[in-house]
Design a protein around this ligand. Structure first.
Ligand code: PXL
Length: 279
């Protein structure tokens, strides 16, 4: 059985990070070993007075133990990390478990809608860029990509500007960047991938929904990680990720007033299993 490790927080309410990665990747038939970086009562966007239990000092001990057990991972996938110190520890874990056969996915989860999440700084962005240099795949949304590239955020782009951004993202050191939140007009919304080894761009789109839905980036990155672990092609992994994320957004539309509570991914897991089997 394929196995990935994922390193992210547990937000107890809000359906993001580990409470998404664990069920989604597991549903794809991939064992998902977790390193929780912190426990929060809710995620940090849209809720006030959340609790935060920092687990930074536990992370190296968990990794060391796994190493003594001889654990091997087909992939390593990181999402929201709470501090520069955590990024450095994760970077060491990559070194500890990297082999010539496994891969690293970094979702630089730190910003959305043109703004950094609460508590993040330019110094954090600089450290995240270093982590991205170690990854085989990075999955920034449009805002995160703009912060890492030092350019102005715009919710709408052109095909040319997206290709240019993807090429510039490879200059961070990652050969295969995947950009989410790609939009050329009011009709469609999707993601783009650049395979710099074969100099090939892939785009995948579904219908645009004029609504903020929280946690979609974590769903996308989890599916992409699962698909690559299962040996899907880059094009297939991109399409499955876009389609499942769009299905989840559709399933969330009846709950318009509760979008901070996350995306209704659960009722769509059957579709994800079908996409995984049939793609
Ligand atoms: O979905 C990203 C995410 C993960 N974890 C925490 C967050 C956020 C986004 O706001 O606050 C704690």
């Amino acid at each position: 059985m394929k196995r990935v490790m994922t390193i992210q927080d547990i937000s107890c309410i809000g359906k993001c990070s580990l409470t998404v990665a664990l069920p989604v990747i597991s549903a794809m038939g991939v064992e998902t070993a977790v390193i929780p970086t912190a426990v929060l009562s809710t995620h940090t966007g849209g809720f006030k007075d959340y609790t935060f239990r920092d687990l930074t000092s536990d992370i190296p001990a968990i990794a060391e133990h796994w190493n003594t057990l001889g654990m091997r991972f087909d992939g390593m996938y990181t999402g929201y990390l709470g501090s520069i110190e955590q990024i450095k520890i994760v970077s060491d874990i990559f070194d500890m478990f990297s082999t010539k056969d496994n891969f690293i996915v970094v979702d630089p989860a730190m910003a959305d809608s043109g703004r950094l999440y609460v508590g993040f700084t330019d110094a954090f962005v600089a450290e995240m860029k270093k982590l991205c240099a170690k990854a085989d795949y990075i999955i920034p949304n449009m805002t995160e990509a703009c912060f890492m590239l030092g350019q102005e955020y715009s919710p709408c782009q052109t095909e040319g500007s997206v290709k240019e951004m993807l090429k510039r993202l490879t200059e961070l050191g990652c050969p295969t960047p995947v950009l989410t939140g790609v939009r050329f007009d009011d009709k469609s919304h999707g993601a783009a991938l650049y395979d710099s080894v074969h100099e090939h761009f892939y785009f995948s789109f579904r219908e645009h929904v004029e609504r903020t839905v929280h946690g979609t980036g974590d769903i996308f990155a989890s599916v992409f990680t699962g698909a690559v672990t299962l040996g899907k092609s880059l094009e297939q992994a991109l399409n499955i990720s876009v389609n499942y994320t769009a299905d989840c957004i559709q399933a969330t539309l009846p709950y318009a007033d509760e979008y901070w509570y996350g995306t209704c991914f659960e009722s769509c897991l059957g579709k994800l299993i079908d996409y995984t089997r049939n793609t």
